[in-house]
Design a protein around this ligand. Sequence first.
Ligand code: GAL
Length: 719
Amino acid sequence: MNNIRLAIVLLLVCSIAVGAKSDVTSISSMDILQWERVAAGVWKASIGKKELASMDYARPPKLKALADMGDAEFPFERDATLGQINASGANVRLPLEESEKIYGLGLEFNGINRRGNVYHLKVDHYGGVKGYTHAPVPFYISSKGYGVFVSTARRPSFYVGIGNRKDSKLPPYVDRTTGGSKWSARPVSDAVEASVAGDGLEVYVFGGSNPLEAVRRYNLYCGGGVLPPRWGLGFWHRMHTRSSDSDVLKEVAEFEKRDFPLDVLGLEPGWQSFAYPCSFDWDKTRFPEPKRLLNRLSKKGIKVNLWENPYVAPTSTISEALKPYTASHTVWLGQVPDYTIEAARKVLLDHHQKNHLDIGVSGYKFDEVDGYDVWLWPDHASFPSGHSAVQIRQLYGLMIQDMFMQRFGEMNKRTYGLVRSSNGAASPSGFVIYSDYYDHQGYVTALVNCSLAGVLWTPEIRSARSDEEWLRRFQSVCFSPLVQLNAWSSGKKPWSFPGVTGLVRDVIKLRTRLLPYMYTAFYDYNQRGIPPFRAMVLEAGFDHTEEIIAGKVHGEDNPYAETARLETTDQYMMGPSLLVAPVFAGQKSRKVVLPRGDWYDFYTGEMAGNGGTITIKTKLEQIPLFAKDGGIIPMMSPVNNIVSAKGTIDLEVRHYGRKENTYSLYDDDGETFDYEKGIHSVTGLKVQHLEGELTGTASTSGNQWQSRYGSISWKFMSP
Ligand code: GAL
């Protein structure tokens, strides 16, 4: 094609995609974005060419759930939403009011409010650079209640209220010599601008009257949050990397002897005949009979999870078959498969099916899909699909999650595993992110931020400098999406700090007691897009989350006036009614921000406060937990293994405070996707005042599945 023809084609592509010139003459060089309504409360616009993008990896949107939420208003003046292709690539500009706060932009370990900063979003191992993270998700949420997602495989840059176009509405000029503190090095800007060095991008807007609604619409549009297998919410222990099959059996026996729960056992690199790079084949000396080992563990209900990184060792039995689909460069001298190519996916999946899944492996831990520049392939590497090295790197973790989610789906088996990188559209993925970074406070901040990015995160425990730190970290991880002791290098066991062994056991058991509550919270993630672990900025500040969810709170009454107080990053919500306030080693007291309404101590049922910020004295034996007025919390007896626990499960259902309330307790087979066909049960729990007394009732009707829940004993915690 000669240059003139190319220019005409490009011009056509661009003008079709972005539509007419703006009426907003002040920003005349950009075009008004053309929005298409793609679901209730969700809009999409494209500029330039369609490129490889994270949204390509989403599951089908949950359109009915979105429709059930009702419509939302488009949050911008359409004429003020602009885009263009210029010499730098594709960029969009969306309005931003002076009072708005912006959250999200991925799994950051610091802070929560992204306003007034620049984020170059890059998949990377965490190194302290803004925007370089395991999950640099290009999704942001405004305190006004809408969300914006940029779908791309490039590294997008976000200028969040930073940078002023000369033709935009500028703030007043201030002379630095005489203006004193009024002069600012970052003059306020009236836009969020996002750009990629590529030929195009797609942008989605999620409406809402509060941040939770926007997050819910994003999660539902990506396919709904993951519902893990029930065993995934139990206790995970990863073996030392040099362990053999007999070490595994010894360790399992120790767990039994010491009365510690164990649901998933993780094998680290040493299960393979070669790592790194990886062979993906069992090591014949350490694991001569993997099938036999897995059978023995399966009889105890213990699942096995395998560590891998994607880089292929020359000794691997699939090395030759993958070779045609690999990149120009290696990682740790291993070949790098291009998993945008279907044939490459098939080679890996078929090998894994035959050697791992068919003998009972339950899932994987995909490591090093983030990595530092000095480890991974360079940005100029070539991939056989023709996608750039940057695009493949940015989506590598997402692609691998996607291919295994699909394979497990075909097997009608749910999986739950770990991954070290992710991107947008990952809410339905059964992979939880982890890091080598190990700051306890950063870990809790990440737990807060993951709810704003449609991903799950585990603040896993590996080791500690003291009994107290060991216990505090255990307490935090027990209130997270995946409870894991990762002993690949430390060789630690839950009882490695004898001074606190009893307290560690107690908190793991408390976690298992809360399983009915947690599993139901994940079902809400799946069906209604509500993150099971949530930043306080997603809370209403009201005692009535349901009102917010139903979109009934607007205008003056909007509880988001309290947002500033709720921007705290060291506490979060778990499920509808529990507030978790982790304690860090050395903290003798801590502040807890309570949204409006009455809050009760989870352990005693005593009133803890009404709104406001309280200061509590910490207790070594407890992670501070608070229940909302009316909170209904179903709990079961502790079990040491979820899969093998036999018989009916009797429940203690706790109620906190004085408020009447209802709760839909969810249950299903815990393992398959049959729930998607309606094969599940919902027990309606109701607390009301009858003749001056709080009374609880339960109803199970119309269920297609016989729940294992048995008798219910009601416990009114705040009589
Ligand atoms: C690291 C990973 C650790 C552990 C280790 C094994 O990259 O983050 O959790 O799996 O590899 O070599």
